[in-house]
Design a protein around this ligand. Structure first.
Ligand code: SAH
Ligand code: DHB
Ligand code: MG
Length: 219
């Protein structure tokens, strides 16, 4: 019952505020066709990323999948903006590159293939650095390390957004043996002690069920 209402309300807002988009529909179709998991951000979440990215010039994303969130973030950027997105699975990177080209964003977006902890050190010195916004949405056990990198690569005032921090409420289970849950918990415990960022976590419901995101601003 509750889930049905969340979905209906999400669809209601998406209908009003997100609307039809042939490019994004083609992206979703290409992802399904390629057998990618349906774990991209929802239309409303993607639109929120786009809103938060307004005014940004340089964006870093960790976890590309088919490039759905990538395209929404990149659409917020000016013509000379840059977005670098990191993806470990070659098949995902290939599908994403096709989708990004179809969206007309090949000049703005660069997909870097490899384990993010291996590709992140190569970003130092890149003209796209520093970043005004970082979206962390890859493997959850490493989000503490990804966040360290995000802070190191972002000047004061930058936003860092971490996806999937609630996971149906499992985040509060201290005894969980799930490495995803433990990764999310470890991240927030470290975050609580950081003095170089201000952060908040927001729970969300909608077409993707019950989850949430954490958003931090760099001092
Ligand atoms: N941001 C996407 C969804 C990303 S799903 C969207 O909303 O549209 C998570 C992605 O992170 C998957 O494609 C997965 O292959 C990738 N990933 C997982 N572990 C990774 C790692 N260690 N380094 C880079 N990417 C990784
Ligand atoms: C999963 C990953 C995500 O990034 C997401 O938004 C939802 C689910 C997953 O790995 O299950
Ligand atoms: Mg996610």
């Amino acid at each position: 019952m509750a889930e049905q209402v969340w979905t209906a309300v999400d669809d209601y807002f998406a209908g009003l505020l997100v609307g039809e988009d042939p490019v994004l529909e083609a992206v979703r179709a290409a992802n399904v066709e390629a057998g990618l998991p349906s774990i991209d951000v929802s239309p409303n979440q993607g639109k929120m990323l786009q809103v938060l990215a307004r005014g940004a010039r340089h964006v870093l994303e960790i976890g590309t999948l088919g490039g759905y969130s990538t395209i929404l973030l990149a659409r917020a950027l000016p013509a000379d903006g840059r977005l670098i997105t990191l993806e470990a699975v070659p098949k995902h990177a290939e599908v994403a590159r096709g989708n990004i080209a179809r969206a007309g964003l090949a000049e703005v977006v660069q997909v870097r293939e490899g384990q993010a902890l291996e590709t992140l050190p190569h970003l130092e010195g890149d003209p796209a650095v520093p970043f005004d916004l970082v979206f962390i949405d890859a493997d959850k056990p490493n989000i503490t390390e990804y966040f360290d990198w995000a802070v190191a690569l972002s000047p004061p005032g930058s936003l860092i957004i971490v996806d999937n921090v609630v996971r149906g409420g499992t985040v509060i289970d201290a005894e969980s043996t799930d490495p995803v849950v433990q990764g999310v918990r470890r991240f927030h415990e470290v975050l609580a002690g950081r003095r170089d960022v201000t952060a908040s976590a927001v729970q969300t419901v909608g077409v993707k069920g019950y989850d949430g995101f954490t958003i931090a601003s760099v001092h």
